[in-house]
Design a protein around this ligand. Sequence first.
Ligand code: MN
Length: 433
Amino acid sequence: MSRVNDLQMTWDASRKSWIESANQPDCDFSLQNLPFGVFSDARDSARRVGVALGEVIVDLAALQAAGLLNLPQAASGEVFSQGSLNAFIALGRDAWRSVRVQLSVLFAHDTPALRDAPVLHERVLVRQDQATLHLPVEIPGYTDFYSSKEHATNVGSMFRDPANALLPNWSEMPIGYNGRASSVVVSGTPVRRPQGQLKLPDQARPVFGPCRKLDFELETGFIIGRGNALGEPVSCATAEDHIFGMVLLNDWSARDIQQWEYVPLGPFNAKTFATTISPWVVTLDALEPFRVAQPPQTPEPLAYLRHDAGPHAFNIVLELQMQVAGAAYAEVIARTNFRHLYWTMAQQLAHHTVSGCNTRVGDLMGSGTISGPTADSFGSLLELTWNGKTPLALAGGTRSFIEDGDTITLAGWCQGAGYRVGFGLCAGRVMPA
Ligand code: MN
């Protein structure tokens, strides 16, 4: 079989695993998914690279040591015994695909090599509920875009003019800003309410204190898999070759700090205190069967932002749950889809690098808040409560913005025929300032 045919085999919806939990129709981590992450457990506190499958993690370092996983390059033995995915990602797409194909075969229901070697299971398989998941990638740089037309229109309507909600540059380029990589944290990490300058409408000068309008932003992020050199832009046509995979991303935002500080250079302390990402990186290879057309773009973008005719979005269901402090359960307060995003990931990367800006393996690019067309599909409390004018009535209390002790959880998945390619959860609980 050629390599292309091998890859197509991994997308076959009928393939089942001998890891039975992976075959549940609503399991995020099917045999078709195989997302990469970094974990440790009580037995071995060393961080290492794993792949989520059903309710277990496949320990790739242990699998390689057992002779059941091979890398194409001879001198690349240590990439799985690492505290981040960067060394593995740096091997390049052939290596990612080779590992994907090997795992897809090894864990297929009719492959006995590991299935019938129970002695090895203890070394190679770790239950997810007994493992600690870590930040999967060492992130050299983090950029956040503003690519949802619905989100930009809502915000522009609220703070400027509903008749001219979008600024003239918005439909010409993926607007973005350079975020803060040092404060990107993995799902489950508590988030401390920031303090900063707040400008109250009835006072001439700002006061200093805890943020009063703490918000989430429902986003996805992509991880750079192949960097580009300084001065060498990435074309729109080849941009997807530079992407390793995607995560869920919550771009926590202090709306009151943001409103006072953001003119003229954009958000700063309103965004720098924390950004939460999900622990599993879903590869573009796993997302391929869920490719769909992006929204039509008017006006036609400048040449460097033009795609070929093919589809460049993905059908990813996104859901946001909020659990109010003290409430017995979380409630879904927004449902949307990645496919609504106006500017694609390829256009974002082409625009980011067109100046000659270089990117590096592990760089994180946020999509921007993903809002859909209906009021129940907005990706921030700012929009869902229209800047606090229409608070949400939730179990445990009403909310205009996030209060201490509240938990925000993002979920996302692609729905296949009888299986899912899912992202797991991206959660964070807010602690007092
Ligand atoms: Mn954002």
